[in-house]
Design a protein around this ligand. Structure first.
Ligand SMILES: Cc1ncc(C[n+]2csc(CCOP(=O)(O)OP(=O)(O)O)c2C)c(N)n1
Length: 833
């Protein structure tokens, strides 16, 4: 150990603020990070703390370590072992990288971009030039991960450099990527598909140590950062598949633009997931591909901090800043960052700072908004040329060699371009994992239906398991009562409520090999005190999950209270469902209306994923819904939104009217091979209401009914069609009135629209003069706009409707006004005709 090493070790242990400590803390501010000189070194803190030591050897060493092309923020990490790990690596002489390999990657990246530029002038490609070092960075991460025995990497990234990453990192044949520019086979994707720089891709990285790391680049919408937690969910599912909770086998690498990283809230939500048991993946490598510009906007207008990455400082994780024009430093950061991730199962941020050679896209002229910067960039040589020059001077690698590499790759790309012109079918860029082969998407077919009933005897056994606590476990008095009641429900001596119906559905699934995963705010207990999936020992606070302790060899049951986020959590669960199609994966909103916090995930992934990318998901959304006088915010889960997004059988939109229907719906979703997102509007006050409870026979017989007919009324004069709680209120009113002429029919499935079942209803009531749609929601909301034309098409005549008046907000803030409105609705429904 040399003298400087001894000093630094001392400093790491001691609390005294010395020179080295000052550099460890503030060196990153004075580091040389921006090749275009926009981010000026901030020397104040160091000048103050290291005053008088400028000429000392310690200061010179510290400056070399912390103020070169790498700036590291790590002193905010509390764990000394982590700080020591990082200091030790930063203060060690770096190993020489494989410079030829770095050069080759840079040459390939920039040549690839240039060839597209020449051949497809005027097309957008969102060039990587200026931050081409992303390619050696990814290579370094994957090489290090392979040394740590990684088997797969999940990559997510926005537009910038995506095509280069697909070609050079993921290894897709260039012809496939050029096919996107040739727009091969447009007829096959009329009205569907996606642009080339959003597509997902699979490939592999064959590492120097002989290991192969499978790569999955996640399909991505334009909405920046929306993919972040989707990628994490995918990584978690892949880890769960192989039973790895350490995160070693699957590495997540998520790339970001700097403006997006600083600006988009979902990124902050996603970062907050990293240490949470529900969402942990052993650490994600967050790479900011930082060109210090966002479209035309400069950092001073998109971030209130020096670095875009400052948002990540809330976490105890290292943030590396590295100058993209120093490929050796980039390679070093890749190694340290990945080793750190593997040592501590922690997120790591790498802020790769370069520039953007062209406009935001190549059809955009940046000289209008950043004229002086772009003059400078135009005079600045491409990264590979600078690096080749440097290597010629320092490493004896002749510049002609780099030229040769470029020429050879260019020739290869010209050849690929010719192949692309000849392609007849649009290439898919990916191979689906084998676990998808048992499942299917596309239009609904009746042949997908499966039995969902469970024998009464079996339900009794499951109920016993569900209500059992371990020996010596102290169950809360109220819960003891609940468990007794649930046992009675399972034995058929008490009507089954939603909570028990759901528990029985889960129990029947996990004991037949189907894993169940649910996350959402407070969903372990349930917002409405209805689920109680976890028993808590009142003496010691210990947990017991009956559903996870049903039978030996059962499938996994997981239920998690989520962080207070909608977008990141829904994104995560969507991602999870993408890599675990055999499981029942669910997200529950606290109240259904909060789901609009995740609107991007709904619009861009859940409802459009199959159309854009051909990717399926069986994700379930549980959205509490119903007008109960709680005010504008807790009444409506916005049924209208989902129905507007429904087309091509892309989703299922259901509102089960009874506990039994809910049971069959959940089981149907898990057991059919048809994989489609399922939106379920779940009850609140009806959770325990006798009217929506079911008998044991309803679970042990039959299946989910898309339309629930009225079995008590024959050949009605009036048919009230509805969905959800209002139907039960209509039934009560009918009873009160002693009405024998009105049938109340529930549409428990709104989409795919149950036309066949409704036709049967109309045929059963041939004399029904009035067919009325009744809903609680205002005229501009709810299912009215969607069902009315469809019902009229079936009936070949207009129908009438009862609803609240059109309104800017879903419901009144007054409970009394609500009651009055509700009464009026019911009276009007029976007054028609
Ligand atoms: C949520 C969202 N808002 C706006 C846009 C439009 N948009 C596309 S790229 C871009 C700038 C992104 O800048 P940055 O994150 O720094 O990435 P860069 O393009 O510079 O690589 C904007 C505003 C978008 N794609 N997504």
């Amino acid at each position: 150990m040399d003298r400087t090493q001894a000093i630094l070790d001392q400093h790491l242990e001691a609390s005294a603020v010395g020179v080295l400590d000052a550099f460890r803390r503030y060196g990153y501010l004075a580091a040389d990070l921006d090749p275009m000189g926009r981010l000026l070194p901030e020397t104040e803190p160091l000048a103050e703390l290291a005053a008088g030591t400028e000429t000392s050897p310690e200061t010179a060493a510290a400056r070399r370590w912390y103020c070169g092309s790498i700036g590291l923020e790590f002193m905010h990490i509390i764990d000394p072992a982590r700080r020591r790990f990082l200091a030790e690596r930063m203060e060690r002489e770096p190993q020489a990288p494989d410079r030829r390999r770095l050069l080759e990657l840079l040459v390939r990246g920039e040549t690839f971009e240039q060839v597209i530029q020449q051949r497809y002038l005027g097309s957008k490609r969102f060039s990587i030039e200026g931050v081409t070092s992303l390619l050696p960075l990814l290579d370094g991460l994957l090489e290090t991960a392979a040394e740590q025995d990684a088997e797969q990497a999940v990559l997510a990234m926005p537009h910038r450099g995506r095509l280069s990453v697909m070609a050079i990192t993921v290894g897709r044949p260039a012809a496939e990527l050029f096919a996107g520019f040739e727009d091969v086979d447009p007829k096959s994707i009329l009205g569907s598909g996606d642009v080339k720089y959003h597509m997902g891709a699979t490939g592999e990285h064959v590492a120097k140590n002989g290991r192969t790391v499978r790569l999955h680049l996640v399909s991505n919408p334009s909405h920046l950062e929306a993919v972040d937690s989707v990628a994490m969910g995918r990584a978690r599912a892949k880890l769960d598949r192989v039973g790895d909770r350490t995160g070693k086998k699957v590495l997540g690498i998520v790339m970001h633009g700097d403006a997006a990283f600083a600006g988009q809230g979902v990124l902050a939500e996603t970062l907050n997931m990293t240490e949470l048991e529900a969402y942990r993946v052993g650490g994600t490598i967050q790479v900011v591909v930082n060109n210090l510009i966002g479209f035309t906007t400069e950092p001073k207008n998109f971030q209130s901090s020096r670095f875009a990455t400052d948002i990540a400082k809330r976490l105890p994780i290292p943030i590396f800043h590295v100058n993209a024009e120093d490929p050796d430093a980039v390679a070093r950061v890749a190694r340290i960052a990945c080793e750190y991730r593997y040592a501590f199962a922690s997120d790591v941020v790498i802020d790769l700072i370069g520039y953007r050679r062209h406009g935001h896209s190549e059809v955009d002229d940046p000289t209008i908004t950043q004229p002086t910067l772009y003059k400078k960039i135009a005079a600045f040589a491409p990264t590979w040329k600078n690096y080749a020059r440097q290597l010629a001077a320092s490493a004896g690698l002749p510049e002609t060699e780099a030229e040769g590499m470029a020429a050879a790759y260019r020739a290869e790309l010209y050849e690929a371009q010719k192949q692309a012109e000849e392609l007849e079918k649009k290439p898919t860029l990916r191979t689906m994992p084998p676990y998808w082969s048992a499942f299917t998407g596309g239009p609904y077919k009746r042949e997908y239906e499966v039995p969902t009933a469970v024998s009464a005897e079996r339900l009794g056994v499951l109920a016993e398991g569900l209500t059992r606590a371990p020996e010596g476990f102290h169950v809360h008095e109220k819960i003891k009562k609940l468990l007794e009641q649930r046992l009675e429900m399972g034995r058929g001596t008490r009507p089954i409520d939603y909570g028990m119906a759901e528990a029985l559905a889960f129990a029947s699934l996990v004991t037949s090999g189907v894993p169940v995963r649910l996350s959402g705010q407070d969903c372990r207990r349930g917002t409405f005190n209805q689920r109680h999936s976890v028993l808590i020992d009142v003496e010691n606070g210990r947990d017991h999950l009956p559903l996870a302790a049903m039978e030996p060899g059962q499938a996994r049951f997981e239920v998690y209270d989520s962080l207070l986020s909608e977008a990141a959590v829904l994104g995560f669960e969507y991602g999870y469902s993408r890599d675990f199609p055999e499981a029942l994966v669910m997200w529950e909103a606290q109240f259904g209306d909060f789901a609009n916090g995740a609107q991007i995930i709904l619009d861009q992934f859940v409802t459009a994923g199959e159309d854009k990318w051909g990717l399926l998901s069986g994700l379930v959304l549980l959205l509490p819904h119903g007008y109960e006088g709680q005010g504008p915010e807790h009444s409506s889960a916005r049924i209208e939104r989902y129905l507007q997004l429904a087309a091509e059988d892309n989703i299922q939109v259901c509102q089960p009217s009874t506990a039994g229907q809910y049971f069959h719906l959940l089981r149907r979703q898990a057991l059919r091979r048809w994989r489609k997102p399922l939106i379920v509007f779940t009850p609140k006050s009806m959770l325990r209401h006798k009217d929506s409870s079911s008998s044991l026979a309803e679970l042990s017989d039959g299946g989910f009914q898309n339309v629930v007919p009225d079995r008590r009324i024959q050949n009605a004069r009036r048919i009230l069609l509805c969905s959800g709680k209002i139907g039960h209120e209509l039934l009560r009113e009918r009873e009160r009135r002693g009405d024998t002429q009105t049938a109340v029919v529930f549409l428990d499935q709104l989409y795919p629209f149950p036309a066949r079942e409704l036709e049967a209803i109309f045929a059963a009531h041939p004399d029904a003069r009035d067919v009325v749609w009744v809903q609680e929601e205002p005229a501009n909301m709810g299912a009215l706009f969607f069902v009315q034309p469809r019902i009229e098409r079936l009936l070949r005549r207009p129908i009438r409707s009862v609803k609240r008046s059109a309104s800017g907000s879903p419901a009144t803030g007054s409970a009394t006004a609500h009651t009055l409105e509700q009464k009026t609705l019911i009276t009007m429904a029976f007054g028609i005709g």
